[in-house]
Every structure is written in structure tokens, then in C-alpha cells.
Design a binder for this molecule. Structure first.
Ligand code: UD1
Ligand code: CA
Length: 454
């Protein structure tokens, strides 16, 4: 049984942000959230998050995650931070310590560290540019001796490219004993967690640095440029997961995944598509260019034409959407429904074969099977204080430019004459018209321009 400590008290000054660094998003979710999800898969006995700067924001972002929060009132270094969490942990438990700004670390990599039989195991990697990192110092026999922080390192030590990722693992009791002996006599005047290595070596304990196969998953982000690099790595990975599921991306680099996507086979996604939140795409779904989908479930065969914005909606059968449609939360589309251009829907249920092909607003409505909503039709669902429901029966035909003033019901097979304002229920099967009757005035003369005065 092991426990996890995540160090997340720092501000991340170089982000120039009002939120703590660990809450900066990668793939649409806070960096810390990725890390918590990854370690939670190991079912640790506890996840202890050390918070300080923006503690309230961090706790809110992890609400419901089951993490325990420990306040580090003063930022006195990574060793001091870890020490805040240790008293609550059984000394015999193995503890995994991670920095909170490492969102891309994979479960396999953590597993390799947990599998190390050493008393103290840490994760290192080979950096192209080791500037800023703690260097792993090994003796002639390759045994790890110490970690030297960049600012404390000599010229020769700075030439070392094997660096500390910040992830380590040992028994809680050992960490507590080593951290008791760690001082702050260094360039930053901080209590370094990394000083535990030399102390463990001095005690004759076994220390292993597990060199990670892929450096990019251990990248942290200290500034916005590094955050953008993490995003790139994340997106490459997210797109690979789509390919693995059988998705075609016509312009992979332009598709952004900011959530979890479950896709069937032969899904095709065009250029410039953004996928957010929880997304489910059935077999053969097609998404045209420029669409933004968030929290959307599309049944097999659904076609989304270019430039649609879909949020909190789902389809229950193959239907077509767009181009230029905006479907808002609570929209449900049945089989063979057609939502055309410049149509906005909200909290609206379209039964099989219903159509709204052009320029409509359909909100708080139920649209029966095969009903046809003409261009420019508006459900007037809001009276300025409350929202009301519009019911449109199966096979109804709503003439263009009608206003349906809710609450109102259009009967099955009912027809509404174009340009009507319907404020009372319209019966089944009849034509209902509420516009002024057309008339022509015989002998009417157009006005003529008055002659200019002389
Ligand atoms: C740390 C390591 C360094 C390693 C690098 C990897 C130490 C002394 N150095 O350096 O060897 O190469 O990470 O990125 O550990 N934090 C607190 N409280 C504090 C200080 C830090 O919670 O008092 C948290 C930060 O919020 C951050 C993490 O600890 O999430 C790491 O701190 P950071 O300042 O980024 O350490 P580095 O200088 O990068
Ligand atoms: Ca760092």
C-alpha cells in the first residue's frame, strides 16, 4: 500500500497569472487534474496535495477527487513542502512524491518507479538542455551520489545532462528522517527535497535513478512557452488515441482535443475542429471543418457540416446538422432529423425526420416526427420572466417567418400559414393563419414628388 504527495504550493511567477501554476490548463484541464487522475489509477491509500498560493482555487479545482489538502503556509522549498504532508502518513508506507506541474507523466512510468526495489528511487531523464534542472551526480561506478540544483552546481556538474524529474519514492519514515536533517544552506536558501539523495547514500541505503525512456512526459511548465510545449505533446498523444480508435483526421495538426473522446470506427474529422469535455462519436460520424463540440454524443452516421457549434446535445440516430448551426444544451435529435444553416436550438427535442432547414430559433420545444419548421420560425419561449414550452405535433408544417408564442401547442398535421403569430393552440390537421388578410386597393396611386417651388 502506498501514498502519494503532490507538491502544488508554488505560485509559478513566470506564468504572470492570477491562478496558481498547477491550474494552468493542458488539453482543457488543469495540469494538476491530469496528474491526480493518473496517480488515482494506482488506487493509493491517500493523495496528499500540498497547497499554498491560491489554495482555495486548487481545492475547488480538485473538489470531489478525494484528495487531502495540506497547507504549506510559507514556501520554504520542496523538502519543506513534502514534510508538511508526512505526519499524516504511516511511516511504513511507501510514498510517491511528484511536482504538481507534470501533467503528462504516464502510468507505466510511475509503475517502473514503484517497482524499484531500492530504498529511494527517483525518476531522471536525459535533457537536451539541462539548464534549470537538478543534475544527477553519479560516481565512477554509475551509482547515484546526489542531486545538485542548477544554481548550486559547478561548471563540471552543469555539463551533466541527466536531470531530476522531481518524482521520487521511498518509505514515509525514511523521508521524514532525511528531511529532518536537510538544511537550507544553498543558493536559494530553501529546504531541498533533492538533498535526501546524498543523505540516503551517506546512510548506506540503496538509491536508484530510473531513467525515463521518454523525456517529454516529464516536462514541467514554468512559463507560457513551456506550457505551449506541453500542450503540443498532449495533442499529439490525444490525436494518436483517436487514430487508434479508427478515426480519420484530415488535417491532424489543426484538431484540438480538450476532453475525453470515445469514437467508433470510420469517424472522419475535418480541419480546425475542437473537441471539449465528454465526447462520444458513433461509427461513421462525420464532422466538417471549423466545428466546436463540447459534451456531445452523436449516434452512428450523424453528419455535422462545416462551422457548427454543438454544446451539451446528442443525437439518437443518423441526422444532419449545419452548416452554421448552433445547438445548445438539451438539444436531442432523432434519426433523419435535419437542422440546417443558421438554426439555433436549446432544450429542444426533434423526433425522427423533423426538419428546421434555415434561420430558426427553437427553444424549450418538442418537435414531432416529420414536422417541418419553415425558414425564420421563432419559438418565443421567454416572456421576460419565465420560459415556456412549445409543442409541435407530428407532421405539422410551420410556414416561414412564424412566431410561436409559448406556451403553445401545434396539433398533429396542423399547418401554420407563413408570417403568423400563434399565441393560442392550433388544432390537428387544420390550417391556422393569424396574419392580416391580404387585400389589394384598386385605383390606389403612388405619391408623386412635389414640383420644386419656383
Ligand atoms: C525541482 C527540483 C529539481 C528538478 C525540477 C524538475 C528541488 C529542490 N528541485 O526544481 O531537482 O530538476 O524540480 O522540474 O526539488 N513547491 C511547493 N513548495 C515549495 C516549493 C515548491 O509546493 O516551497 C512545489 C511547486 O509548486 C512545484 C514543485 O514543488 O509544483 C517543484 O517546485 P519548483 O520550484 O518548480 O522546483 P524547481 O526549481 O523546478
Ligand atoms: Ca519546476
Amino acid at each position: 500500500m502506498h501514498e502519494v504527495i503532490i507538491l502544488a504550493a508554488g505560485e509559478g511567477k513566470r506564468m504572470n497569472s492570477s491562478r496558481p501554476k498547477v491550474l494552468q490548463p493542458v488539453g482543457g484541464r488543469p495540469m494538476l487534474r491530469h496528474l491526480v487522475d493518473t496517480v488515482a489509477a494506482f488506487e493509493p491509500k491517500g493523495i496528499h496535495v500540498v497547497v499554498g498560493f491560491g489554495a482555495g482555487q486548487v481545492e475547488a479545482a480538485l473538489a470531489g477527487s478525494g484528495c487531502r489538502f495540506v497547507e504549506q503556509a510559507q514556501r520554504l522549498g520542496t523538502g519543506h513542502a513534502a514534510a508538511q504532508a508526512l505526519p499524516a502518513i504511516d511511516p511504513a508506507s511507501r510514498v510517491l512524491i511528484l511536482p504538481g506541474d507534470m501533467p503528462l507523466i504516464r502510468g507505466e512510468t510511475i509503475r517502473a518507479l514503484l517497482d524499484s526495489p531500492s530504498d529511494l528511487a527517483l525518476l531522471s531523464f536525459m535533457a537536451d538542455d539541462p539548464t534549470g534542472y537538478g543534475r544527477i551526480l553519479r560516481d565512477a561506478g554509475g551509482r547515484v551520489q546526489a542531486i545538485r540544483e542548477h544554481r548550486d552546481a559547478s561548471e563540471a556538474e552543469r555539463a551533466v545532462c541527466e536531470v531530476n524529474s522531481g518524482v521520487m519514492c521511498a518509505r514515509a519514515g525514511d523521508f521524514a528522517a532525511w528531511l529532518d536533517r536537510v538544511g537550507a544552506d544553498n543558493a536559494q536558501g530553501e529546504y531541498y527535497l533533492t538533498d535526501c539523495i546524498a543523505l540516503a547514500v551517506a546512510d548506506g541505503r540503496t538509491v536508484e535513478a530510473v531513467v525515463a525512456a521518454q523525456a517529454d512526459e516529464l516536462l514541467g511548465a514554468n512559463d507560457r512557452a513551456q506550457l505551449a510545449e506541453l500542450e503540443t505533446v498532449y495533442q499529439v498523444r490525444a490525436r494518436q488515441a483517436l487514430f487508434d480508435q479508427g478515426v480519420t483526421l484530415l488535417d491532424p495538426g489543426s484538431v484540438q482535443v480538450r476532453g475525453r473522446v470515445q469514437a467508433g470506427r470510420d469517424v472522419c474529422i475535418d480541419a480546425g475542429v475542437v473537441l471539449e469535455g465528454e465526447i462520444e462519436l458513433g461509427d461513421g460520424v462525420e464532422i466538417g471543418p471549423g466545428c466546436v463540440l463540447s459534451d456531445v454524443r452523436l449516434a452512428a452516421g450523424t453528419q455535422v457540416k462545416p462551422y457548427c457549434v454543438l454544446e451539451g446535445m446528442h443525437s439518437t440516430g443518423a441526422c444532419t446538422i449545419g452548416p452554421f448551426a448552433r445547438l445548445r444544451p438539451g438539444t436531442v435529435l432523432g434519426e433523419e432529423v435535419k437542422i440546417g444553416n443558421f438554426v439555433e436550438t436549446k432544450n429542444a427535442r426533434f423526433s425522427a425526420g423533423a426538419k428546421a432547414s434555415h434561420l430558426s430559433y427553437v427553444g424549450d420545444a418538442e418537435v414531432g416526427a416529420r414536422a417541418n419548421i419553415g425558414a425564420g420560425t421563432i419559438t418565443c419561449n421567454y416572456d421576460g420572466a419565465n420560459k415556456h414550452q412549445t409543442r409541435i405535433g407530428a407532421d405539422a408544417f410551420i410556414g416561414s417567418n412564424s412566431a410561436l408564442v409559448a406556451p403553445v401547442t401545434i396539433g398533429e398535421g396542423g399547418t401554420i400559414g407563413a408570417g403568423s403569430v400563434i399565441s393560442q393552440d392550433a388544432p390537428d390537421g387544420q390550417l391556422t393563419v393569424s396574419r392580416a388578410r391580404q387585400r389589394s386597393i384598386a385605383g390606389w396611386k403612388r405619391p408623386v414628388k412635389a414640383a420644386p417651388e419656383k
